[in-house]
Design a protein around this ligand. Structure first.
Ligand SMILES: [Zn+2]
Length: 413
């Protein structure tokens, strides 16, 4: 079994070890994985994601020979697998020097220790236990076992957690038997039966069993920032970021806010008010546009009816529009057939999305649905409708004018 050096020292960033075996990473991943007699690399477990880094043949000191440790996993039987980008000249029995990616490790320590304090804060203040922890690429989250969670609770837990950070309390690693652990009042006992438990002790604030890498004093966490909360099937999820991740997140948020404020020519704090104003203006202008279009359609209909000569007790209006949309010609067809009790309108749009609208005044003898289907079948398109009103879209404009003229001639007979 590999000795887990990170159990005793989260700040051990370099170590020497012997290669016990060289295997493939998994059945689905043929990449080489190294098993060592001891390691400072943390494998993904308990919500915390793996370390990355490098290993190089011991004694060379030649960084060009270093091999990238791309992932570290723990197999079902408890072996720690250091998955390499390429195996290089590493062989079973050889000695290596391991180097942990320090920035990544520090980030993980900030997130994970921050999580312990945050979870403890929710228990202390509101008796809300954490049921799971997830460390993501951008943010982390805990799932709380509760039906309700208010913004006031979130802010109170954040404030208490940050107080604990600023107090710079010592964070110690302790090993106890399961029996001893039972008497210590841990926040969380692991379900697995182990002889010895590893505890993370945030002085006078939180004591919990955990295998992760942690800071040695809470001040190293920097800060804890709570973000989105959302209801899940079993409770509430709270997103958070700690330390440098929090600074990076806020920096990105600020850039977005500053850009938005620039677009609105306002201060970032006035963005919601400005957006509401823009929304109201948009609604008002949409409404006035609709009103104007109806008026235009009314006037247009009157003009078309005045221009069209009656033939056989009715007027047949045929018109093509290069710059109108379907909504408008439907509106126009509606106005035409309402303004006159004996009109048939055959309207088309010849823009990028060609379309047809056929309509007749109520009581006229034709069937617009049937007529439009005939035309669409001939020109290529889809659509349909009722006896008095039908519409359809065409693939192309070619042939539209001739088809409408042909339908009009037929209705005139
Ligand atoms: Zn933990």
């Amino acid at each position: 079994m590999t000795e887990r050096l990170y159990y005793h020292d989260s700040f051990l960033y370099e170590f020497d070890a012997e290669v016990l075996d060289l295997v493939s990473a998994s059945t689905s991943n043929p990449r080489a994985a190294v098993i060592l007699d001891r390691t400072a690399f943390y494998p993904t477990s308990g919500g915390q994601v793996f370390d990355t880094g490098w290993i190089l043949p011991a004694g060379t000191g030649d960084v060009s020979k270093r091999l990238r440790v791309a992932e570290v996993t723990e197999s079902a039987d408890g072996q720690i697998l250091h998955v390499l980008e390429s195996a290089g000249s590493i062989q079973k029995g050889s000695r290596i020097h391991g180097l942990i990616d320090i920035d990544r490790r520090r980030d993980h320590m900030q997130q994970h220790s921050g999580q312990h304090i945050l979870s403890a804060a929710f228990v202390r203040l509101f008796n809300l236990p954490t049921v799971s922890f997830h460390m993501g690429l951008d943010s982390c989250s805990i799932d709380l076992d509760t039906k309700n969670l208010t913004i006031a609770q979130v802010e109170a837990a954040e404030a208490l957690a940050n107080d604990v950070v600023m107090e710079n309390r010592a964070v110690a690693i302790r090993f106890v038997t399961r029996e001893e652990a039972g008497k210590l009042g841990l926040r969380k006992l692991p379900p697995v039966e182990r002889e010895q438990l590893r505890l993370i002790d945030v002085h006078d604030f939180d004591l919990t069993a955990c295998g992760g890498t942690h800071v040695s004093a809470t001040g190293q966490i920097g800060c804890i920032l709570l973000r989105k909360t959302e209801k899940t099937r079993q409770g509430w999820r709270v997103e958070f970021v700690c330390g440098k991740r929090a600074v990076a997140t806020v920096r990105r948020d600020y850039a977005v806010l500053a850009e938005s404020a620039g677009l609105l020519s306002s201060h970032i704090w006035d963005i919601p008010q400005q957006v509401r104003k823009v929304q109201e203006e948009t609604r008002a202008s949409r409404k006035s546009r609709e009103q104007l279009l109806e008026e235009v359609a009314d006037l247009y209909a009157s003009r078309l009816l005045a221009e069209t000569v009656e033939s056989g007790k009715r007027k047949i209006v045929v018109r093509m529009f290069p710059d109108r949309d379907l909504t408008f010609i439907k509106l126009l067809a509606q106005r035409l057939t309402r303004q006159s009790p004996a009109v048939v309108a055959l309207l088309g749009i010849t823009s990028e999305q060609p379309a047809l609208v056929f309509a007749q005044s109520s009581g006229q003898p034709f069937d617009m649905g049937v007529l439009i289907k005939e035309v669409l079948a001939r020109l290529g398109g889809r659509g349909g409708g009722s006896k008095d009103m039908a519409q359809g879209g065409l693939a192309q404009v070619a042939g539209m004018e001739a088809a409408l003229a042909e339908v009009a001639a037929r209705l005139n007979q």
